[in-house]
Structure formats: structure tokens, C-alpha cells
Design a protein around this ligand. Sequence first.
Ligand code: FUB
Ligand code: ZN
Length: 651
Amino acid sequence: MTESIAQAEATSSPLPDPTGGRPVTPTRRTLRPLGLGEVRVTGGFWGRRQRVNGDATLQHCRHWMDHLGWTTNFTDPAGPGSAQRRGREFSDSEVYKMLEAMAWETGRSTEFAQRWNSHIDELTAAIANAQAPDGYVNTAFGGHGRRPRYTDLNFGHELYCTGHLIQAAVARARTYGPDPLLDVARRAADHVCATFGPHGIQSVGGHPEIEPALVELARLTGEQRYLDQAALFVERRGHRRLPEHEAGWPYFQDDIPVRHANVLRGHAVRALYLSCGAVDTAVETGDTELLEAVAAQYERTLARRTYITGGMGSHHAGESFGDDFVLPADRAYSETCAGVASMMLAWRLLLATGEPRYADAIERVLYNVIATSVADDGTSFFYANTLHQRVPTEPVAPDKESLRFGGGSRAPWFEVSCCLPNVARTLASLGGYLVTADAEGVQLHQYTDAEVRTRLDDGRPVGLQVRTDYPETGTIVIRVTETGDGPWSLTLRVPEWVSGAVLSGAVGRRSVEPGTVVVRRAFTVGEELRLELPMSPRWTFPDPRIDAVRGCVAVERGPLVLCAESTDQDGAPDAVDLDSLRIDTGVRPRDAASGATVSGRFQPPAGDGLPYYPSQPPRGEAHPQSIRLVPYYRWARRGPSTMRVWLPKDD
Ligand code: FUB
Ligand code: ZN
């Protein structure tokens, strides 16, 4: 047993996790993540979303999964393998993600525990019912009348489902303590180790997820074999062990060994989950080469294959990354799950390295993909997140499963509904992604109303209260509510987009630059620090290599990407032609109620043949007018509309 896993939480501290539970608990790290019991989101932008998530989204998921038979697949009286089974081959994973979200919710308060404990117990009993004596559990494979186990490693998703089962059980153990779900997950993990170990099937699952899950189980239980198996899966990948398929080996990241690749490619969610597992194994085994390889791949992916929103994956076909700079706005796929997965990876890299740019990446994807994906009432969602809607969205019936996961309005449910439970587990555990500590003090990475209570490594207590209406305004007030004697450091992230930020308090008043600002002093209870982040709207120009949006400009305000939505322009929404919009970048964007206005004209070219011209197309006369921009996350909430993020410049 390595020293790192021997010191895992189960062997060093009683369960449940005294921090209240954290999604990721590396034993070797630069920063120590605080748990849900140490960071309580009390309101504001994310508090509202957490509340809707717990009050509506989870119940909504439960309703649909019962209605469609995804939960009852586990208790089908005809037994595993019955022809009655319903849902896609990976529907078990959605039940597990919902369970994971419920588990994190129970960690947030006793009220939520009362609400969800009985659901968790009931679903756990159902899953245990479907588990084979050797630990295998999957309702799509392995029973009579069904395909035999592990006969479709490319698309069968068996290991992927097991991974999500393990993640749910880890969340339950950390927030509640060991319970029957953990027993089920351990038996399933033991089965995986026995079946895919050094002398077992010499391959990997087509959709990664088992890798980070096994590492987290190793961290929880102190069992080295789970870590070894995760490392084996990571190392096996990239050697073309999966059967060849029309999607090609890059789709499964089975084309190049993880440590030798230089960019993320293929199916975006698969690539990102694999990267999470690779970082997890790298930090636990001290494999700096692997850690640096994944960090470099992510860096290059951010620099060349990421939308302005932080979204990833530009091809509808294969739900995959495009080549460098293939980032079309009107065909943006940017699956919500890929946004969640990018945040998971950035968080792991932040903990491993302490570099604030990973918190910047989290902020971008949180406000512009994750916040966009879910409706205000928490019961409909985007699967793909386009950056340009050319034809008005159509309303979707609230009781109808949508088949149009590649675009359109937010829908209550899809045949492939991976994204909503993924967002649900993320929002339920969001407190675990905001604040860290190290030997010097505490670091705030994201700003929302929150109460923080933790202990420094030397045992001194620290309490902070964060008050802000960020990102509506950029004022963040941090009040010290508890402190031990002597100096310690409070580190605040200063976002990469900011210019002219100011910090004030007992330390005086000073300008601060993007990155981090560290205040080290003997704090006193009641003292306040005030961070002012100017939120004036600003132009953002694309790299000219992104051909699809060359000649366009976007506007951002603080962490928010803005968009033009037909609803906000003069004229009836179906008469507003956003595609003929031309923006005058000579007039600065003006702040307007959490959005902006810019100057522009609606100027369709005056031709009606083929849309190609021997010279610059002639244009009709049009008067400049004020174009209203709103945060992208708000679009498609006020009836049918068209929308665009990238706005063509007038030339
Ligand atoms: O294959 C399982 C999930 O469904 C993937 O992560 C998503 O991209 C969707 O295809
Ligand atoms: Zn998804």
C-alpha cells in the first residue's frame, strides 16, 4: 500500500467526512478542498440555483426516471435481463447520478437529509436487488435474454455505469457514513478489479468514468487495489485495445497513450472524464509526468478548442472536439456534461497545482454553460448549448421527452438525459468547489454568498462570511467571523478578465492584478476586506484562426458572456433579423442592467441571388440603433427567440 492511500480518509478519520463531504479528496495536493460542512452557500446567484436544484430538479429527475422505467429496471420482477427493460444502455448511470446528487443534498442540512434519505434507501435496495452474487450490476447486460457482459466495450457503458454507482456511494459515505450503497459499490468495484485486473480482460471501457470513481473509492476506503485498477485503466488506454469502429480510436481516446497525447480529442465528455481519472491517479501515485501531460493537454484544449463560454466539443457528430480552432457558433455542441466535466478537471488541476487560472476556467464554465443549461424552475434543460440560434426556438411540451438534444429550447427530458442529473450533482456539491486551505491559510476561488468555517493545518479556527451580489455587481465583502491568534493568509482570486480591481480594508486600499491577492496578517473578528471588481462591459475579439467567427466581436461583462436575443430588440421577435446585425465597435459598450447596450444596425445585403458577390456585398441604408445585450445564461427564458453571442462588426 502506498503511503498516500494508507493515509486515506477512512483510515485517518471517522466517516462521515468531518468536513461534510467533498467530491474530490486528493491525499497529495497543493490545496486542500473544504467540504460542504465547511462552506455553506447561503444565497446569491448560486444559492438560488442550489435551492431550485434541491426543491425541484431532483424531484423532476426522480419523476422522469420512474415514469420511463429507469429506476424500476432494477426491480423488474422478470429479473435482470428481462425484455421489459427500458431506456438506453446507460440509463442506470442517470439513476446513480441522481443518487449522488441526493447524497450531496443530505450533506447540506438535516432538513435535506430528511427529504432524501428514504429515496436513497429505497433506490439502494433496488440496486442491491439487481446485483449479481459476484458483484456485477447492470440492467442492460448480463441477464437472460440480454447481451452477455462486456461484449460491447465500445458502447456498452458497463464500466461507465459502475463508475457512477461508485461515485454515488462515495458521496453517500462522505455525507452520511458507510451504508448499504457502499457495500453494493465495493462489491461492484471488486468485481471490476477481478475482471479487468492484470490477468483479466486486457481492455478498457469505451466511456471513461470508472477511473476517477475507483480513485475516489481508494481514497475513501484506503484500498490500494482500487487505485491500482484505475492506474491500469489509464495506462491501458491509447493502445487500440478497443475494437475498431467507424468512430475511430480517437473517439474513445484509445489512439494515443494518455501521457503521450498533446490535446483532448474525440468525444468531449469521454476525454474529460478520462483526464480527471488520469489526474487522480497521477497525484496519488506521484506520477508528475502524467500530471504535467494532462495539464498541458487541457491548456492546449482551452487555448484552441474551447468556446468563449468555456463549453467544449464543437461537433454534433460524435459529440466530439473539432480540430484546433474549429469552433462554429451556430453548430456549437458544447454539451452540458462536457461543461461539468471541464469543471471537474479544472478543479483537480487547481488542487494539484494551486494555479488560479484553473479557477478562472471554472468560473467561465459555471456562469456560461452550467447556469445556462437549466431553466429558472429547474425542470427543463439544454443538452447542447449553441452560441447562435438562427431560427426561433419552439416551445417544448412540459410532459414530452424531446428527441432534439442537439438544439432548440430547453426540454424537460431527453431520451439521453445525462446532463440534468450531472448538473444536479454538481450544484448539490457546489460548496465543495469554492474554497480551499493550505498550510498558510484559506483561498477563496469563487464568489457567492457563503459562510466558511474551517481549521488551519495547525488547528486554529477560521470563519468567514462572504456577501456579494456578484456577478450583478463586482463588490465582494469578506468579514472575518472567527480567527485564532497570530497571522495567517487569506488569498482571493482576482479574475483573469478584470482590469482596475481594488482591495480595501484594514490593509489600506490598493490596486490588485489578475491572479491572486494574498493578505497575510493577524486578523481580528469583525474586520472586513472589500474586493471591487469593475464590471464594465468589454469587447472580446476572437483569435483570427477561428474562421467561423472571424469579423465578429462578443461582449462580456465580468464573468458573463453576453448575447443579443431577438426578444430584447425593437420589433416583433420573429421580425428581428439578428443575422443582419452589424456592430459599430467605435462606440464602447454601455452598462445596462446586468447586460449592455452596443451601437449597431440591421443591414441585410441588398442582393437576392446566390449569397456570394464579386466584391463586398452592397448594403441598404440603415440607421444606427441601440442593441441590447443580456447575459447568455438568460437566453431562451422568455418565449421563442433567436440569439447570437458573436456579433458581426460593421466595416
Ligand atoms: O454516453 C453517455 C453520455 O451520453 C455521454 O457522456 C454523453 O455525451 C451522451 O452521449
Ligand atoms: Zn450530457
